[in-house]
Design a protein. Structure first.
Length: 394
């Protein structure tokens, strides 16, 4: 079987040190996924991979933060005539009668010609070669696009690209504890991974007060997020907190119980972050969907534990958060995970908390940890769910 070249175009945010990290992550991910490759060539803003399975390799790598896009490419020299000839040949082969097309060229580095020189020459040549087929150029909404990525002495020609998340490689800026409390928290976790943080996903399982379908949705979302992380092993951290709700029911009215529970969750998260040596905690609150008091509570409690609260969705509206959840493939699983936001009586909350043995409850929660091995991600979700249902506390 013949080998093909896969182009990995790096995000503008990737510098020299994070490029080395991303290169290692790509190798790890391909080996972990069983995708063979014979050669990997790292250049300034691109990485070229030789493989017999180019489509699968392109799809896998396109999920990694730090990657702008991937593509299966043909290569030629960056000599002007060679680039023009390669693009024209691709256009003649790709464009059908009555279709519109465009050529888009991206040059990295200093060359004796500009992108627009190549685009103008190739479009004119393609129209001339296909004159009897009624093809025409359309810059705004073309049926087909032929791309050229040129760097130093190499040009890559392609017509389809797999868009990546961009951003920074995972772990290049540290690590963060990401809470999975509601539908928007998964988006916040993905955004932090895209910003270069390694996300430790933390889920509070309040069974039997959370039904089986709620737990199933959260674990399913975690397996989908796992596919963006280029690591061999990855666990969803689960803390059993049903006993806390049982304690709160004895002293709290139904109106304030959700708020008191949410404040306990932040305390437990801060204590767990201390335990594993993480200083930043990520929650998916935004000003549009959350009351200001909810955000204020998070900062108030975290300051007592010397933890930093990160709010990557703080300025987004609901529609933007939904668009992100669709982009990363979790939207259909978030129904039923919406948080209920209320503004209860603050005095009642403080009085209820005075009756609680808060430190004792926090310590007990930290002792009820289950690590869920997310394995290869969504493909293993049924085995993961079955295993979790029967798993004992460790």
């Amino acid at each position: 079987m013949a080998e093909y070249k896969v182009l990995v175009s790096l995000s503008e945010s990737v510098d020299a040190s994070s490029k080395a990290l991303l290169s290692r992550q790509i190798s790890t991910l391909l080996r972990f996924s069983g995708s063979n490759f014979s050669k990997k060539e790292v250049k300034k803003k691109i990485i070229l991979i030789d493989t017999k399975d180019p489509v699968n390799v392109s799809e896998i790598i396109s999920k990694i933060p730090g990657v702008d896009y991937t593509a299966v490419v043909e290569t030629t020299s960056s000599n002007y005539e060679d680039v023009v000839e390669s693009i024209v040949r691709a256009g003649i082969k790709l464009i059908y009668p009555d279709e519109t097309f465009d050529v888009r060229v991206d040059i990295e580095g200093s060359l004796p010609y500009l992108s627009r020189d190549v685009e103008f020459a190739t479009c004119a040549r393609i129209i001339g070669e296909l004159n009897d087929k009624n093809v025409r150029q359309d810059k705004d909404n073309p049926s087909k696009v032929i791309y050229a990525k040129i760097e130093d002495d190499l040009a890559c020609i392609f017509y389809y690209k797999y868009d990546g998340p961009g951003g920074m490689p995972v772990g290049s800026r540290g690590k963060a504890l990401c809470l999975l409390l509601g539908d928007s928290d998964a988006v916040a976790s993905w955004m932090m991974a895209r910003q270069g943080f390694f996300p430790y996903l933390l889920f509070f399982d309040a069974s039997p007060y959370f039904d089986h379908f709620y737990v199933k949705r959260v674990i399913t979302i975690a397996t989908l997020l796992r596919e963006f992380l280029p690591v061999r092993r990855y666990n969803l951290i689960t803390l059993k907190t049903g006993f806390i709700i049982e304690s709160l029911k004895r002293i709290c009215s139904p109106e304030i119980l959700p708020s008191v529970y949410n404040r306990m969750v932040i305390r437990i998260a801060c204590a767990y972050a201390n335990k594993i040596g993480i200083s930043a905690i990520v929650i998916g609150e935004s000003l549009e969907k959350s009351g200001f008091q909810t955000i204020k509570d998070s900062f108030e409690i975290s300051s007592k534990y010397d933890k930093q609260i990160l709010l990557p969705l703080i300025g987004l509206i609901r529609k933007e958060i939904i668009n992100y959840s669709k982009r990363i493939g979790i939207f259909s699983f978030t129904k039923g995970l919406e948080k209920v936001t209320t503004e209860p009586n603050r005095r009642a909350i403080i009085e209820a908390e005075r009756k609680l043995e808060i430190e004792k409850l926090v310590e007990e929660a930290l002792s009820k940890v289950v690590l869920i091995d997310l394995k290869r991600g969504f493909d293993d979700v049924h085995n993961i769910l079955n295993h979790y249902s029967s798993q004992k506390l460790k």
